[in-house]
Design a protein around this ligand. Sequence first.
Ligand code: FAD
Length: 538
Amino acid sequence: MLFCTRSLIWGGLLAIAGLTTASPVATGPLPIAIRDNTSPPSSLEHRDYNTTSLSPVVSLPPTIQQDLTTLLSPSALVILPSSPSFSQYTHRWSLNTHTNSPSYAVIVVPASERDVSLTIQYANVHSIPFLATTGTHGTWQGLSQLQGGMAIWTRNLTKMEFAADGQSATLGGGLRGDDVVPALWAKGKQTTTGSCRCVSLLGPALGGGHGWLQGQYGLGADQILSARVVLANGTAVKASNTENSDLFWALRGAGHNFGVVTEVEYKLYDAVRPEWTYQSYTFTQDRLEEVYRVHNEAMRNQSVFVVYWSLWRWAPEVDPVHPILVSTVYYNGPPSEAASYFAPFAALSPLDTTPVLTTDYPGLAAAAQFRVTDWACQPKGGATVYGMDVDTYDVRALRQSYNAFRDMIRTEPALSLSMAYLEGYALQAVQAVPYESTAFALRDRKLLYGFLVTYEDNTTATRNKTLDAQAQKWGEKIRDAAYGEKVKQKSVYVNYAKGSESLQAMYGYEGWRQERLKMLKRKYDPKGRFSFYAPIKA
Ligand SMILES: Cc1cc2nc3c(=O)[nH]c(=O)nc-3n(C[C@H](O)[C@H](O)[C@H](O)COP(=O)(O)OP(=O)(O)OC[C@H]3O[C@@H](n4cnc5c(N)ncnc54)[C@H](O)[C@@H]3O)c2cc1C
């Protein structure tokens, strides 16, 4: 009966597309399971994800490849695990399906918005859980609840059309920072993208989108003038301030919950200040309090053109026990103007100071080692980001956090490549956007911490699980310590959240925000089809 019902609906879909039902191919049913998440609860645990509506076990139709190939445009691809090319589409930044990586039984590579729409309709008819995947850098732990599902691999949605006035471009939902930044630069343009070139344009922007230029132009989300979105029911709509404005509000901060964005109209700016100047300072751990007091002072009246970064990493050649601190000041302008921003750090007599270096906007990726080929972008055996947002460096809390970071590296050498990223972007243009006007709720937070707990070992499942437990224990400990006692309401940028945080921490503590998001989730995704990444519980 079920088969009969599905066939009827499916036949209807094919008819809509002007096609006839294809005969079955011999692929056999493929099991799909939604993984039980067995990781131990953490101190921040609020497991209120809306995954209850997903069927725990379903099978892919044996004819899926032929069905979709018939239905979709000739350039679309439908790839099964038996295909030699399958693994090209499944790699992720964090490879660990125990913690935060999905696995797929079928990959669909749409070539158009219509393909996305028909794919989602097909998935709905057959109760197949699906996930849009673009830059593959998401590390939300709920991603691993999709095991054996469908990937909608957006990377062939690469439209890039410049408006005649040069003030905006239509950019495809499959583009990465690495596609966008050089292409704009070649036209004398720039805009806010993620600082790291391997993430997508929209994965970050749908959650806010932090980057080098946010102080001047606002967040990635603030650049979106309109978006084309395929909703949970497969309908494609436009969202802007004048069309589906409620959806447009939600997309800019909680966007992973509401659809597959196939393209956006995105603001561009003339690159009138092409030059960047930067300098890095290395400190031993005993300078931690002094260093972050200087950061606090420097950030008190932060110039719109300055970005303050700091990181912790283990450098045994410097100190075999204590990780080092490296702070970098990036200034969008020439060395003559940058000098006054560098001086307070140089005055601390660092252990090592790099020469003053210059580059252009695309060159920042190399300066920060955030190119696609750099370590930061390369796949990891297991990697989880423990993020948090704060107003200022609480040096007491940071010391406790640092000590936990040091202890982790001492006691678990497999985690010794872990890093702490402490990011201080300027906020002027971010705060110029009215606070209520988008779903992004953290416009007042100056500092973004990302504790990256990672290991390369991916040899055995047993080892993974042991390391996962260790990584989780240490990650939570390092982050908890960094919050300290002063922070009463914990906040975390949704794209740096791990999966154990509350909805309030990610989407704002105001009741009206939570209510509005829930109402919109009920309206646009009542069955919770977009529920593998920071999902709103309707
Ligand atoms: C090394 C590294 C560097 C980072 N640098 C930055 C940075 O500079 N700035 C910043 O803000 N964040 C940064 N992040 C965090 C980043 O924003 C998130 O990891 C984000 O989820 C990555 O999106 P993705 O498309 O690359 O990953 P994916 O795993 O492919 O996607 C993540 C989520 O976004 C959804 N998604 C992706 N594309 C679409 C689409 N077209 N339509 C609808 N949903 C979509 C997916 O379904 C998934 O739920 C970084 C993360 C890492 C690991």
